[in-house]
Design a protein around this ligand. Sequence first.
Ligand code: GRF
Length: 203
Amino acid sequence: MSVLKIGVLASGRGSNLQALLDACAQRTIPAAVAVVLSDRPDAYALVRARQSNVPAYHVDPAAYTGKEQYERELVRLLQAHGVELVCLAGYMRLVGSVMLQAFPRRIMNIHPSLLPAFPGLHAQKQALDYGVRFAGCTVHFVDEGMDSGPIILQAVVPVLAGDDEEQLAARILEQEHIIYPRAVDLFARGKLRLEGRRVYILD
Ligand code: GRF
């Protein structure tokens, strides 16, 4: 089976990137991380990429005249590395029209809540403050909204008495590291069909 080239965009610690790198290296999924891009120079994700011999670039949004110019550079780098699927992994910016048009239905994101509940920042704290019994994570296709695109996979975790934000986030993160590689695997094997908002998983 051919190997799907993925590009990962990350702004921070990069544990989801690591889960993808590991799944690719262990050949658990028919994919390879071709390039990692970060809007932050100090993102540990860049270190993780280089440790795996994956090209990694800091692309500074402030160095461009606007979001479109910035995203054109992202697209240029992604295309130069033959990327077929873009994975956002803790990428702290809203994706704009330049990226969406360059990779239609080919951008995924992972979010630490059961969407459509608790989009945006501090999703785990939002869930705790709301008092839900179950939290979780979602992998979804990216559209122009904030954490609003078609849902691919979700995992549920219980909220336990006495949980603080950090404990709940850690329990959710364990599941993130399972479902993100799984979603990429399904995509790579051509098992995802998108109809309107619904994503069908083919046998
Ligand atoms: C994760 O919780 C992810 O769901 C969210 O940002 C966090 C990134 O963590 N989008 P990491 O950088 O992958 O460790």
